[in-house]
Write a protein that binds this ligand. Structure first.
Ligand code: UD1
Ligand code: CA
Length: 460
């Protein structure tokens, strides 16, 4: 959940994303690891766009072109920082791409949950000069400490450069700063690296601003988790839970009933109408739209799907790239694959798979069927065990079943084939030619009974 954006203010945004992320122990660059189904960096870019940033510059390094290719973002200025000599050096690389007339906000590719409300406030306190986002930490170990005199911030000292007294300071630097870009252009080229890590510290700009008599102000994030970064899989999982809890709270605030807000995962965008209810352990991927009064049962996975008003998705259903009309019942154990389009009041029952097919209003396939590459009319009944044989080993072919047809159980429809309006297919039929409308078509070996038949007995 991002905070509500305040008045947008023109600005540059620099996103630092050059760090290697060794502790992820992964070949994937750190900022590409997904949170809520989106790369960490994509979350930060979204935040920058929400703020109305005029120019966005991403400083990347480790993973190089992989990061750039995965994210796309044509409007972004990508700057490679090689070698990585510190946060001050990183922002310096971005400088040529920034609008000197607008202030610059520094964000981090591995700190994905920062909210726009917090950043807008940072922008406000930075209006007269430099703004620094700080936070109180019970255990400040590892962070830069905020050194104040008479209550006013004077400088930031990194842990490794701090003396014992400074290390007791519990107010730390979150890393988020906003500064006049022309001031950055004055300060950054002159930064030294005479410190414990031999790096060019962005944090040194605080003392430089004070030295020039520029006002430096601090503010704190609305929520402490906004400034949490990802350095390991454990931290990634912790942030994922926070992100999902935020998603769940937002849904409930919109009126969605969640059986358990701790047991829903939204990996993308979930749009819900009124009086939607969602049972436990459902996963929503991509963009999912649920109409009014939709009920989603336990353990369902829905991806890039629209569900019409009043429809019920019954437990253990897997639905991808499908359109489900109003008042349908889908599941339990249904599988809708890409291109499945259901009209109104369609019933797709247990162990029924539908792919690249339309099923029109009030048709039913309630048990054990495969419907692939088919066009099915209204009020059609598809018996248990029915299969469209859509694939001849080389090409896919369509099956057409017109309105009011009745397909007996255990039927194979060998496509391309058409079942005419109102036709009935007898159970067990293997349909290889079109079935005329209104007639019974059955292909079945004649049933015989052998009266004098004896069951074989085992030889001794
Ligand atoms: C930094 C701050 C510290 C703050 C902490 C908050 C400095 C000098 N210190 O320390 O005051 O408390 O963040 O987490 O800024 N990066 C680059 N290029 C570089 C170096 C870093 O892109 O050359 C990126 C990293 O990928 C990372 C971020 O900048 O996302 C912070 O770098 P990191 O080395 O983790 O800084 P810290 O030592 O944690
Ligand atoms: Ca860090």
């Amino acid at each position: 959940m991002k905070g509500v954006a305040g008045a947008q203010r023109p600005m540059n945004v620099v996103i630092l994303a050059a760090g290697q992320g060794k502790r992820m122990r992964s070949d994937l660059p750190k900022v590409l690891h997904p949170l809520g189904g989106q790369p960490l960096l994509a979350h930060v870019l979204d935040t920058a766009r929400e703020l109305g940033a005029g120019r966005i510059c991403v400083v990347y390094g480790h993973g190089g072109e992989t990061v750039r290719a995965a994210i796309g973002a044509p409007e972004v200025f990508w700057v490679r920082q090689e070698p990585q000599l510190g946060t001050g050096h990183a922002v310096l690389q971005a400088l040529p791409h920034l609008d000197p007339a607008q202030p610059t906000l520094v964000l981090y590719g591995d700190v994905p949950l920062i909210g726009t409300a917090t950043l807008s406030r940072l922008g406000e306190v930075a209006a007269a000069g430099l703004g620094v986002l700080t936070i109180e930490m019970d255990d400040p170990a590892g962070y830069g400490r905020i050194v104040r005199e008479d209550g006013k911030i004077r400088r930031i000292v990194e842990e490794r450069d701090a003396n014992d007294g400074e290390r007791t300071i519990t107010e730390v630097n979150t890393g988020f700063v906003m500064a006049p870009t022309q001031a950055l252009a004055r300060w950054l080229p002159g930064l030294g690296n005479n410190n414990a890590q031999g790096e060019y510290y962005l944090t040194d700009i605080v003392a430089l601003a004070i030295g020039e008599g520029m006002p430096v102000a601090t503010t704190q994030p609305d929520k402490p988790w906004e400034v949490l970064g990802v350095n390991s899989k454990v931290q990634l999982a912790e942030l994922e839970r926070i992100h999902q809890r935020n998603n769940a709270l937002l849904l409930m605030e919109q009126g969605v009933t969640l059986a358990d807000p701790e047991r829903i995962d939204v990996r993308g965008e979930l749009d819900c109408g009124r009086d939607v209810s969602i049972d436990v352990n459902c996963v929503f991927e991509g963009r999912v739209v649920l109409g009014d009064r939709v009920e989603v049962g336990a353990h369902c996975v829905l991806k890039n799907t629209r569900v019409g008003a009043g429809a019920r998705i019954v437990p253990f259903s897997h639905i991808e790239e499908a359109e489900i009309g109003p008042n349908c019942i889908v599941g339990p154990y249904a599988r809708l694959r890409p291109g499945a389009k259901l009209g109104e009041e369609v019933h797709i029952g247990s162990f029924v798979e539908v792919k690249n097919s339309t099923v029109a209003d009030r048709s039913k396939a309630n048990h054990l069927a495969y419907i692939g590459d088919a066009t099915i009319g209204r009020n059609v009944n598809i018996g248990a065990g029915t299969i469209t044989c859509n694939y001849d080993g080389a090409n896919k072919h369509r099956t057409v079943i017109e309105d009011d047809a009745f397909i007996g159980s255990d039927t194979q429809l060998v496509a391309p084939v058409t079942v005419g309006r109102g036709a009935t297919l007898g159970a067990g039929t293997t349909l290889t030619r079109d079935a005329p409308p209104g007639q019974l078509t059955v292909s079945r070996a004649k049933q015989v009974s052998v009266s004098n038949w004896k069951r074989p007995v085992k030889k001794k």
